[in-house]
Design a protein around this ligand. Sequence first.
Ligand code: PLP
Length: 402
Amino acid sequence: MQVTRKTFDEVMVPNYAPSDIIPVRGLGSRIWDQQEREYLDFASGIAVTGLGHCHPKLIAALAEQAGKLWHLSNVMTNEPALKLASKLVELTFADRVFFCNSGAEANEAAFKLARKHASTNYGPHKQQIISFYNAFHGRTLFTVSVGGQAKYTQGFEPLPGGITHLPFNDLAALEAAVGEQTCAVVLEPVQGEGGIMPATREFLALARQLCDRHKALLIFDEVQCGNGRSGSLFAYQQLGVTPDVLTTAKGLGGGFPVGAMLATKEAAASLAFGTHGSTYGGNPLACAVGLAALTETSSPAILENVAARSTQLRDGLAVLATAHGVFSGSRGMGLLIGAPLVDAWKGRSKDVINAAMRHGLWILAAGPDVLRLAPPLNISEADMAEGLRRLGQALTDLGKPA
Ligand code: PLP
């Protein structure tokens, strides 16, 4: 059966507008399309394939588990889930883990936990969730509502209530809003979809302080910035603030769908038997791959490479910014880097992405005004240099008269 991009329009719901290119295989930092054209992948499937494509250790873990046991449900636990949870507990602040299949599900669990924790321990008045403009927490109705981008909720009303949105990194607004009625403050240590905007240390410290004062849970959404992408296994580990609950997905499975909510023992206790669940959460295949991926992404070799390649990428972007004037520099952490477009190019991130694609480089946008680069965490120095060279070619093209 021959399928093309046209097939998408004929058989798929039109909620996406995918590129004309249909990749058919990948290896390391590269993918190849149906016509055997090669692309360097600086997108990682939106910060998912942190170890590149077809990593031998992930293939081995998947193949081994595929020959043993695929699925049980939560009526019986399984060895890969227990091993992955144990490793997450060992490597983080968390005492307890809940598995699911995506970032949205991890956040859904965290928001439900926050409400349950507050109503069980303090009473029904304590239900306010505080989140931030431009935040992104997923596409379920609860998570788009907590997220701070109106375009994702319009037309889906009525929305869940009890959610307050504040400007990100605004200390005074946060101080004024958190109170006895607050059950949780939720934030991304680096806003991803919202433009690769890091939280300031002062903002995180104040959020922690206010949550402690008002007995609210501090929830960090590390779906995008977690799993080594920030340069530490989780971003909080280099920011001096520890949350009560942390959600993650994307890079956790290196490309196999798995999500997790990590929590302190005290917070986790609220999700007592029967209060929440997922048929596939903790699936043996997902957790076996997750364990192999986590073992790699938490290794000093990978984290040192993230630091070195991050410097290389940001230095390269600075050179390109000066030479072409399309973007003004870069921001972010580790290998989650945003390049904000200058005024004259605002709204045209798609044009830059398309030009890069023509030169064999896949990059992303974080909104219309910011380019987003999220290459694999194990990318080589040579591949990073080649990606920057291709981006330079694309920018040169864009500068030529049409
Ligand atoms: N949270 C953050 C910070 C994200 O970046 C995303 C996805 O981009 C999500 C949650 C939702 O994850 P998923 O698409 O796996 O549901």
